[in-house]
Write a protein that binds this ligand. Structure first.
Ligand SMILES: [Cu+2]
Length: 452
């Protein structure tokens, strides 16, 4: 039933070599730098292959002029971030499915093999195709039973950013991860030539701490928000050169939420949706793009400002991990007496709360609000042992940063713009010059400017 990631990659590598994907497959296990792709050569139409950070692109072979793809729907053990694994459903060993990439005018044939214990079907979101290929279970086809392989075949009549997802028992199957991105490039070079073409699927999950199975019954209190299936600090950065023209394609198949995705440091234009290109007079500058569920938005900008720039959903609860919301408001309350009292009774729980709230000692947010460098209220003689936290869980916020830890989680990653770019590997942190770095004001400065 289960194919290991390594077996899948080995199988895919042979077919992928001509696509230049072998190098990407080879270091796919190195999740720190999964992006490092083979040198990108433009296709004849002038476009670059896309980059699906923390994911991959689906290999294909050409048979009698038809591009043939194979999606295998199966259970996948998926890591959202270090320390949090979900027993999900995915494609070809991955969550979400690999990005399908083709060119307008291509005839494509996609085989979908069902290795789940449940029937499924596959819908090609936004694509103009014959009705019988649309993949809506019960409406346009009968479901694909366990063990069966269905063939979908059609000609790509448009270009743009689309998606694919289960359209059978959607609520359950999409909550388990059955979705992926589908990019169709224009046959002729149109629009702008970009230097980077990133693809992101936005989605949301319900993963109770200590549980391994996403909960499809959740309707509103989702607690893991992901970019390409990863929650910060599990997300890889986008790495680009100063002055590069960058395209980011965002698709949202979250169950119940829209995501206003915000980029720091630059402004961008929304150039396309899954309905087509937006004519230039209809494009205006933005720093946040709302991506409604069931849609795609494509943005473009010139990365003209060097640094490490946050890229994230602006819903503040969507940049948290595994947060419980049924808690009273303790902001401003000194919780130390409460903590100490609880410590005597449930030391392991308290210790796990400690760890779940922040990874680093000395910089812990408390139930009474965020502290910096203050540490948690003293627990006295802690009886808790290391490892007392739930087996499968991650801190609500926090990834290592150059100035302490970054108080974000979930749908958050970093755009790294560098003057000199040698590869798309993570270049480390941006070094701001002292005069461009915010820091404590000096007495002289305060006096000079009359700040009391
Ligand atoms: Cu959001």
């Amino acid at each position: 039933m289960t194919t290991t990631r390594r077996e899948m990659l080995a199988g895919a590598a042979a077919g992928a070599a001509f696509l230049g994907l072998a190098a990407r497959a080879a270091d796919a296990d190195d999740k720190k730098h999964p992006a490092a792709p083979a040198p990108k050569t433009r296709h004849p139409g002038g476009h670059l292959p896309t980059t699906t950070l923390d994911g991959s692109t689906l290999p294909y072979r050409v048979v009698d002029g038809v591009k043939v793809f194979h999606l295998i729907v199966e259970p996948v053990r998926h890591e959202f971030a270090k320390g949090l694994v979900g027993h999900c459903w995915g494609f070809n060993g991955e969550v979400h499915g690999p990005t399908i990439e083709a060119i307008e005018g291509d005839r494509i044939r996609i085989y979908v093999t069902n290795r789940l214990d449940a029937p499924t079907s596959m819908h090609w979101h936004g694509l103009f195709l014959p009705n019988g290929m649309d993949g809506v279970g019960g409406l346009s086809q009968r479901p694909i039973d366990p063990g069966e392989t269905f063939r979908y075949e059609y000609t790509l009549k448009q270009h743009g950013t689309f998606m694919y997802h289960s359209h059978h028992d959607e609520m359950t199957q999409m909550a388990m991860g059955l979705m992926g991105m589908f990019v169709v490039h224009p046959r002729e070079a149109t629009g702008t030539k970009v230097d980077h073409d990133f693809v992101y699927m936005l989605s949301e999950w319900s993963m109770d701490p200590g549980m391994w199975r996403p909960n499809p019954n959740e309707m509103s209190d989702f607690n893991i928000l992901t970019l390409n299936g990863k929650a910060f600090p599990g997300t890889s950065p986008m790495v680009v050169g100063l002055g590069d023209r960058v395209r980011i394609r965002l698709g949202n198949l979250s169950a119940m939420d829209h995501h206003p995705v915000h980029l720091h440091g630059v402004a961008f234009k929304v150039v396309a949706t899954d309905g087509g290109n937006i004519p230039e007079p209809g494009q205006w500058p933005e720093t946040t793009v709302l991506v409604p569920t069931g849609s795609t938005r494509t943005i473009e900008f010139i990365a003209d400002n060097p640094g490490d720039w946050a890229f994230h959903c602006h819903m503040t609860h969507h940049v948290m991990n595994q947060m419980g919301h049924n808690v009273p408001n303790l902001l401003g309350v000194d919780p130390s007496a409460f903590d100490t009292a609880l410590m005597d009774h449930v030391p392991e729980f308290m210790e796990s709360m400690d760890e779940a709230q922040a990874p680093e000692a000395g910089q812990k947010p408390t139930m009474g609000g965020m502290k910096h460098g203050g540490g948690h209220a003293g627990h006295g003689a802690s009886a808790a042992k290391p490892g007392a936290r739930p087996k499968n869980g991650i801190p609500m916020i926090g990834g290592d940063g150059p100035h302490g830890y970054i108080t974000m989680g979930g749908m958050f990653t970093i755009l790294k713009v560098r003057e000199h770019l040698e590869s798309t590997k993570d270049p480390g942190w941006y070094a701001n010059t002292p005069e461009t770095q915010a820091k404590p004001a000096t007495d002289d400065e305060l006096k000079r400017d009359g700040i009391g």
